[in-house]
Ligand binder design. Sequence first.
Ligand code: SAH
Ligand code: SF4
Ligand code: F3S
Length: 456
Amino acid sequence: MAKKLFIKSYGCQMNVYDAARMADVLAPMGYENVDAPDDADLVILNTCHIREKAAEKIYSELGRLRGLRAERMMAGGRAVTIAVGGCVAQAEGDEIIRRAPQVDLVFGPQTYHRLPDMLRGLGAGGARVETDFPVEAKFDHLPPAAAQGPSAFLTVQEGCDKFCAFCVVPYTRGAEFSRPLVAVTAEARLLVEGGAREITLLGQNVNAWHGAEGGLAALLDALAGIDGLERLRYTTSHPRDMDDALIRAHGENPKLMPCLHLPVQSGSDEILARMNRGHTADDYRRIVDRLRRVRPDIALSSDFIVGHPGETEADFEATLALVAETGFAQAYSFKYSPRPGTPAAEMDAQLPEAVKAERLARLQAALGASQLAFNRAFVGRDVKVLLDRRARHPAQLGGRSPHMQAVHVSCGGAERAASLFGRVATVHIAAAHGNSLAGRIAAAAEATGPLRQASA
Ligand code: SAH
Ligand code: SF4
Ligand code: F3S
């Protein structure tokens, strides 16, 4: 009988990719994904350590799981194995079992290829914590990737050597590592055979990829040659690794979508230096100018931290000025959260919560206005949308524009919607909101990209 696997992922897109790969690793043991923990045999929390709130969430979830296990025992139901993976697991290790003894297994982001052995070992008194960075590379031990649907993630680079003062990622994911070009193209082909029209290359510093001569631009070129693949994206980039070839690729690679997530964190050079970012606000402006020269319609997105130790009102205003000047299509912004073991947590001039909250509200108002202005410019236009999401209403689908906007699409009937799912269609935009667009399939539009049979 099939065993049921429930994985809950927190944090970044790499965790979403890792969850898919964990399922690939566990499939030969008879595990099948389910979308609720209730009758699962194995529950994995795939955790994020980036901010305190994200990390603390795990313990309330573990509390609920303890309740679930107790209920099942009372009812004479099946046992459930509880595992914690991801970045909290890497950072806290056996501390997790001390705080939450109901946890059976703790494993890090670089050890999940060993899950079958770890699970088999549990009954035999094997280790309950596996967070050492193994000498063998995880990617060499993973089975071929299963289909992910029309829009797929593919990790090409992992880890970080940049050590921004505020950030835990270099400690939780380890040193920078690039997968070789042949491994990436092989996985991309599998995803496309499984129905992917769009692939987003993932890495903590994806543009530091050095798996072949020519860097990420060369990899994007190689992937653009895959028939049936229509769209390429990559995330997350670091300003320091935006090389000339990659900037040029935005003007030359026909499948590379016109958007870029390029975190800046702050508009103040003093704060950028304290953050150990290795770039100034003007370095960032220059990159944006050059990108817009080769691709005038490029949509820029970014990450910001407010209230980093030492941030003055003038520093914060420099961030607001950069936002006003650049015009972001989309952005994430966070209150600085001190993380154990990072240099910024030890700095003086930590700011009070109220100052952080007030600055975050002002920044988000500015970013929200910038985003709405960007979206409004699309009303009345026809845009190509990859229809990769089913909606509650059977005559509607959800998808993404080339600029990464979420688009709600009326397809003019449930049958039409079913036949359009997984394709790129032309959509006439009728309305714009802060976080999405809405429209209908353009009258004369033909969907492109024949659907292929998913490979077994
Ligand atoms: N590798 C990417 C993103 C890493 S984490 C990069 O270099 O930008 C995603 C975002 O979380 C970061 O860009 C940053 O804005 C935010 N972040 C990281 N550590 C944080 C902290 N201690 N407090 C608040 N936000 C943080
Ligand atoms: Fe964290 Fe900086 Fe590395 Fe991004 S570049 S993962 S923010 S240390
Ligand atoms: Fe979080 Fe780890 Fe990603 S800390 S943001 S899950 S790399």
